[in-house]
Unconditional design. Sequence first.
Length: 283
Amino acid sequence: MAEEKQCSSASSCSKESCEGCPSSAANKKKTFLEEANPNSHIKHVIGIVSGKGGVGKSFVTSTLATMMRKAGYKVGILDADITGPSIPKMFGVKGLAMADENGSFPIEAEDGTKIMSINLLLDDEEAPVVWRGPVIAGAVKQFWTDVQWGDLDYLFVDMPPGTGDVPLTVFQSLPVDGIVIVTSPQELVKMIVKKAYNMAGMMNIPVLGVVENYSYIICPDCGRQIKIYGDSNIKGITEELNINLLGQMPMDAKFAQAADAGEIYNVENDFIDSAKEVLEKLK
């Protein structure tokens, strides 16, 4: 074995010492990626992230999944928001996930979307999950290694807000093809987007685009757009960062009603239609 020339001790190291050196080519190839369950065959993994909470990330995850499902693709959602899971409720999915010796099975919603969430593993879905970060991160990892997803074209990962243990675990452990950043039209939006954007850059994860939620409400009488948070600067931010603006969504009571009824798959969210083209280009 040749000595590692880039190593500061290359002139004095031996074959044995090079093999254990962190500068060696062999050790540089190490990866934290986890193997998927043998009964999972997933083409694309898409992370849905935000720099802060309360921006409608789970709603965007659900409608992206619904959009691709309606387009004829096989879709699943990994609910990585362990302490605040909402995906099962939005899809009307209840009960305990089944399992065999090869792992657990996701539960299919009425539209065929496959879902795995901590709520589907608890006897009481209202019981709080009081776990420390490493335990939560381990559970998310198991949703990848221990769940039999079957054949999927797209697996959407709904992540908790921020840049903590869970996003780091997902970015390191799963073969993420790209992320969609969700934000809202407020003054701190630039900071929110850049936090998620910069973390993705540090982890070498492509940013597929940004979705702005709560952009405006539509007056039920005159149809005029009312920008309750003021004028948005999201277009300037996406141009500055050279990333796609996938859509600007209004606040709409119909969206909330569908989510509360467990029928989010009935929502027609054409405000983010451009995301479909971006996702299909991943092929």
